[in-house]
Design a protein around this ligand. Sequence first.
Ligand SMILES: Cc1ncc(C[n+]2csc(CCOP(=O)(O)OP(=O)(O)O)c2C)c(N)n1
Ligand SMILES: [Mg+2]
Length: 697
Amino acid sequence: MRFDRSETSVEVVIPIMNAPPQPQPATIVSRLTRRTLANAIRALSMDAVQKANSGHPGAPMGLADIAEVLWNDFLKHNPANPAWSDRDRFVLSNGHASMLLYSLLHLSGYDVSIDDLKNFRQLHSRTPGHPEYGCAPGVETTTGPLGQGLANAVGMALAEKNLAARFNRPGHAIVDHFTYVFLGDGCMMEGVSHEASSLAGRWRLGKLIALYDDNGISIDGDVGGWFDDDTPKRFEAYGWHVIPNVDGHDAEAVRAAIFKARAERERPTLICCKTVIGFGAPNKQGKESTHGSPLGAEEVAAARQALGWSYAPFEIPADVYAGWDARTKGAEAERAWNERFDAYRKKHPDLAGEFERRMRGELPTEWPAAMRDCISAAVAKADAVATRKASLLALNVIGPLLPEVIGGSADLAESNSTIWKGAKAITEADAGGNYIHYGVREFGMTAIMNGLALHGGFIPYGGTFLVFSDYARNAVRLAALMKRRSILVYTHDSIGLGEDGPTHQPVEQLASLRLMPNMVVWRPCDVVETAVAWKQAIERTDGPTSLVLTRQNVAPQTRDARTVANIARGAYVLAEAAGGAPEAIIIATGSEVALAVEAQKLLAGKGRRVRVVSMPSAEVFAAQDGAYREAVLPAAIRKRVAVEAGVSDYWRKYVGLDGRVVGVDRFGESAPGGALMKEFGLTGAHVAAVVEGIFSK
Ligand SMILES: Cc1ncc(C[n+]2csc(CCOP(=O)(O)OP(=O)(O)O)c2C)c(N)n1
Ligand SMILES: [Mg+2]
């Protein structure tokens, strides 16, 4: 049995601040054995899982000793203020170990009660099956989809380094925190761990410290049969500082490793901790059976005995609470930081104000007027421009105005038009830039963007081809789930991209992004709609936005001032029927809006009165009041045709049983874009013919 190894009584000396050169106030908090403190996590975890009759006891029990050392000796945080900007970030990438995090939050003094723990996994509880951002204070990110927490942590560590480069001044290190992440075999196996870790090494994120739960077990059993990488060598190859072979049940060894990790300021550190899954459950520890099911009443009782934990379920003795309580030292740490920030404010008032604005996520006061001018300039610019280029025009206005906007692309900077005039690359030598070359790593990029957005102080945008949004899909989903302001720039948005062929031509991606709850998709049709889309994306504070943009040029549309104002409502009457009340409506988005207008003209020649509705954002339109929606799409007008170069099914709800959709319901072809648009019926003449067809039905 390895679980009685470090039963030594130690005085826990807590360094309160991070930076080693500064004098460290120290507090002696406990004379309890470290093992007893860790056992509180084990007991709470196995009891909560037992009570819920569902959950994952193995990882929390295996990681308890490591977590105890990290949280009690190192983590800089204030349970009373989980939003304190300079707290260390703690990410549990192996989110199935949620009871570990909930126990830590409860024990250290966050507003997470014992009743919250008793409600683990229950309806509307603050302790759902996997940690969800926003459910309980202290949960820094939503984890469970393995590997992404690590990538989020990379984003947070990059955020810290970038803000430090931008805001710290000699003698005023107001941004100075670590990012810690726990991860398991599953996170290591996931490809996104490669994408994110490779970048972390390149960016030399010296204040990122990952602790790997190397327990040799995943759901199917001993990982040897499917995961036999030399993980230390792998991370060394990424340029990480690796501390291998740490006994994760030896508090002193873990403590020494974390000290070493913190002293290394150039490279991120991976601490490989050998652990026993389900540590303390005498008959089940070390086995996959502890991974994802309750231990069972008998084994829970046996574990209590083995661990010397004689308390009832959910009972924590006062001295154990006292040993964990981080409130006093947390308040003191934040108070000390506030003092330092006040000194900074005296010396650098503008920087201090700007830092606070950014961390609040507020836009500067000049924003509304600047965007009004940007949109007016777009109205005046009557050129045929690809909307990806229109996006760059908008970015050239937004970039200089909002230093919190941090861009990038997955190796398609030119194609995605993501590098604006003042964009400055983040490099190893200079972390203070505002543009990230993510390399060909769509998933890593999107998960890192989530980390940047979660950290605070940033509005990330990242580009790739629309068709490759699928590579990043789950990180996009988590941005939506977490309600983070992340801006996805997806160009080459249809078969209109041309010769690259069906592998590169998105067909189902557009509709599929719209299916995601809390995702807002904009597919603008010209320079003006693109400027409005960017404005809306930046102003949206409760979720991500996908900007879906053309490779090919699109004609500018003409609008009066009221029509321009209506773009922000998601859909609007772009071209009203001439000669009386409309009999039919064509709804179109993006590059197909011009076809709709052409069809309208052809139909007018035949005496048909057709309205054209441009619908750049169906989600934003759906959120408008009923009167507005009825004004744009009157229920009585049932002759409707939707036109979009993507799968047709999405549009059925707008055209109804009497309507038709002109779409693309098969993979594309390799040919020049114009030829493909004809081949697939995406022409004004064909759209007009489809509308005619409804009249003659
Ligand atoms: C992306 C993703 N795929 C699959 C799962 C389902 N899953 C949850 S835990 C797990 C095994 C993880 O193994 P490990 O990280 O070693 O956890 P341990 O059993 O050691 O706690 C799997 C496959 C998941 N949560 N996320
Ligand atoms: Mg494992």
